[in-house]
Design a protein around this ligand. Structure first.
Ligand code: URA
Length: 246
C-alpha cells in the first residue's frame, strides 16, 4: 500500500517535472508548536477545489444511467462483440460535472471492463490529480464501448451504433463540461472534422446547456511528451471553469 502510494507520488512528480515544474512551494508545516511571531493577518482557508462535486455522493446511483446500461445489455449491434472480452460502459461519478470521452477501449480496458486503465489511463489519472481531482470525481466513457481489433480506429458504422448510447449516458449524467480526449471523440461529438491542435483549450457551447472542451488524447501525449505542457494548460483551464461555475 505504502509502496503503491510512493510509486504514484513519484509518477506525479515526474509528470510535473516533465511539464517544466522545477519548484514546489512548501506546504503547511507539520510542526504545530505556536509560531514565535503570530501573524495578525486573518488567513482565509483555501477554497476547496470541487466543493459541489464532493458534496454529491458519487456512490449515489443514477437510475437513468443504470437504465441505459440495462438497455445496452450484452450488445451485439455491431460486429465488435465477437472479439471483445468485456463491454466497457464507463465509470465514475454518475452525477459528475466533468465528463471525459475517449475513443474506444484498448487491451487492458477490454480485460478489466473499465475505461482508461492502461498506460494512457494512468496519464489521464495523473493529469486529474494535478488539478485536485480523482477518477471518482468525474465520469469517464468512450465513443465505442467495445475494443476494435488491434486498437484500430473506430469505423463509422460502429460509431453509428454506439454513439446513441453515449448520448443517453450524457443526458443521464448531465455534466457541465465534456472533455473530448482526441480527434475521434471531438469529431463525433461535434459532428464535423476538427483539428485538435487548432481547437484544443477552448470551451465550445454544445447541446443541453453543456460545453465541450477539446484536448489531446493521452495516448498521443505518450508518443509526443513535448505536448504534455500544453495538455497541462488545458487541464488548468478545466479546473478554472469548474471552480467558476459552482
Ligand atoms: N484509449 C481510449 O480512448 N479509451 C480508453 O478507455 C483507453 C484508451
Amino acid at each position: 500500500m505504502a509502496r503503491e502510494t510512493i510509486r504514484q507520488l513519484r509518477l506525479y512528480l515526474e509528470l510535473l517535472q516533465e511539464m517544466g515544474v522545477d519548484y514546489l512551494p512548501r506546504g503547511e508545516s507539520r510542526d504545530r508548536s505556536p509560531s514565535p511571531t503570530p501573524s495578525t493577518r486573518e488567513e482565509k482557508p483555501a477554497p476547496p477545489l470541487q466543493p459541489d462535486m464532493k458534496k454529491l455522493d458519487s456512490a449515489q446511483t443514477n437510475p437513468q444511467l443504470e437504465a441505459v446500461r440495462a438497455e445496452m445489455g450484452e450488445c451485439k449491434r455491431c460486429p465488435l462483440w465477437k472479439e471483445r472480452k468485456t463491454l466497457v460502459f464507463g465509470e465514475g461519478n454518475p452525477w459528475a460535472r466533468l465528463m471525459f470521452v475517449g475513443e474506444a477501449p484498448g487491451r487492458e480496458e477490454d480485460l478489466q471492463g473499465r475505461p482508461f486503465v492502461g498506460q494512457a489511463g494512468k496519464l489521464l489519472t495523473q493529469f486529474l490529480q494535478t488539478i485536485g481531482l480523482s477518477r471518482e470525481d468525474v465520469y469517464i466513457a468512450n465513443i465505442l464501448k467495445c475494443r476494435p481489433p488491434g486498437n484500430r480506429t473506430p469505423q463509422p458504422q460502429e460509431i453509428e451504433q454506439c454513439f446513441p448510447f453515449l448520448l443517453k449516458q450524457i443526458q443521464a449524467i448531465k455534466p457541465k463540461v465534456i472533455c473530448c480526449l482526441g480527434g475521434v471523440a471531438a469529431q463525433t461529438l461535434l459532428g464535423q472534422k476538427v483539428a485538435i491542435t487548432r481547437l484544443r483549450g477552448q470551451f465550445i457551447p454544445w447541446r443541453w446547456d453543456i460545453e465541450l472542451f477539446l484536448t489531446f488524447h493521452p495516448a498521443y501525449l505518450l508518443r509526443n511528451p513535448g505536448q504534455k505542457r500544453n495538455a497541462m494548460q488545458d487541464f488548468l483551464k478545466l479546473k478554472e471553469k469548474l471552480e467558476g461555475s459552482e
